[in-house]
Design a protein around this ligand. Structure first.
Ligand SMILES: Cc1ncc(C[n+]2csc(CCOP(=O)(O)OP(=O)(O)O)c2C)c(N)n1
Ligand SMILES: [Mg+2]
Length: 349
């Protein structure tokens, strides 16, 4: 197996900075100042949630397996910032961030991770199974590629009901090799369903580097979409604005009845595949290189340069995020475990 040190893009937010020549962030994105600041605040909340989830898992206070998302926050937030509350997402085994970005409550998420009755799935799903249908969150999923059929089913329902809702299907580079992807891409393309296939290429599936796992033609990732006659966009997954602009193209196309789009984001998970991963397959130098592109402080600096926030604001929002997550942990720990008499509830067969 080859072990290459993957070089990150030379400059953080390079694509956004290039687009900002002669304009402002508000003009470039069409987002209000509050929405732009909200991107930073949500990414900070997700980072704190993930740091706490990892610490709690290591301390034995969360059972099962936990996959965290530090480094990839720009993808979840950039993508969901294109959506309305009524739109849908499907998520993955690395899904805490997707659901938090779509507006899930951090207290109920933390309670789910800790197996408590107040969690989104009453403590029965755990880290990989958080759903909140009231916010269009159709579920994280422990099966790689498991969200894809659900996403296209949801897009078909929206198409039949003509309700104008779009579904964003999050999945990893590893899921690009799942058979279901080909089935649903074909169907969604033929029926021009309103969905966006959002690939988070973090360069590894479990312990397998993407170079050893993924056969790509001369057009790289986009070639996969071209095979279905679908348009594709490639984004810097460490740049929340670049992700937002890329996914928005897909969402607009879907809403206009023009069918699905593939969005390939290139991003990086700073930590292991799961908490406790010994990371023997990755060079130690590599995450350090990518940390220079950390999507949160780099976006914070841009907000300050744009005159939208002060460094003190950023520090305050980081602090607020850690207070909210500490409260979420307290809420979860003071919640009861599911009682024995509910053991048979929610079973189908
Ligand atoms: C169908 C299926 N096969 C294998 C697994 C075991 N597994 C869990 S995560 C994972 C790697 C997924 O990689 P990727 O899609 O790139 O997501 P990432 O972990 O990088 O976020 C594998 C193989 C699984 N959960 N489901
Ligand atoms: Mg991956």
């Amino acid at each position: 197996m080859t072990r290459v040190v993957r070089q990150p893009p030379a400059q953080p937010l390079a694509r956004t900075r290039a687009r900002l020549e002669g304009t402002t962030l508000v003009e470039l994105t069409g987002l209000s100042r509050d929405r732009l600041l909200g991107m930073y605040q949500r990414m900070a909340l997700i980072r704190q949630f993930e740091e706490q989830a990892a610490a709690l898992y290591r301390a034995g206070r969360i059972r099962g397996v936990t996959h965290t998302y530090q480094g990839q926050e720009a993808v979840a937030v950039g993508a969901t910032w294109c959506l309305t509350e009524e739109d849908y997402i499907t998520s993955t085994h690395r899904g805490h961030a997707h659901v938090l970005a779509k507006g899930a409550d951090e207290k109920r998420c933390m309670a789910e991770l800790m197996g408590r009755a107040t969690g989104y799935c009453r403590g029965r799903g755990g880290s990989m199974h958080i759903a909140d249908l009231s916010r269009g969150i159709l579920g994280a999923n422990g099966i790689v590629g498991g969200g894809m059929g659900i996403a296209v089913g949801s897009a078909l329902a929206s198409d039949l009901l003509k309700n104008g809702r779009v579904t964003v299907c999050f999945f990893g580079d590893g899921a690009l090799n799942q058979g279901i992807l080909h089935e649903v891409s074909n169907l969604a393309a033929i029926w021009r369903l309103p969905c966006v296939f959002l690939c988070e290429n973090n360069f590894y599936g479990m312990s397998g580097p993407v170079d050893n796992m993924l056969a790509l033609g001369p057009d790289g990732f986009k070639g996969r979409a071209q095979a279905f006659g679908l348009p594709a966009v490639e984004c810097d997954g460490m740049d929340v604005i670049d992700v937002f602009l890329g996914v928005r193209e897909g969402v607009e196309r879907a809403r206009a009845g023009e069918g699905p789009t593939y969005v390939f984001t290139h991003t990086y998970r700073f930590l292991g595949h799961h908490v406790g991963d010994p990371l023997t397959y990755r060079d130690k130098e590599e995450p350090e290189l990518w940390r220079r592109l950390d999507p949160i402080p780099n976006f914070g600096r841009l907000l300050v340069e744009q005159g939208l926030a002060s460094t003190q604001d950023l520090a305050d929002w980081d602090q607020e995020a850690s207070v909210r997550i500490a409260e979420a942990v307290r809420y979860a720990e003071s919640s009861p475990e599911p009682s024995r008499d509910t053991l048979l509830e929610g079973l189908f067969g």
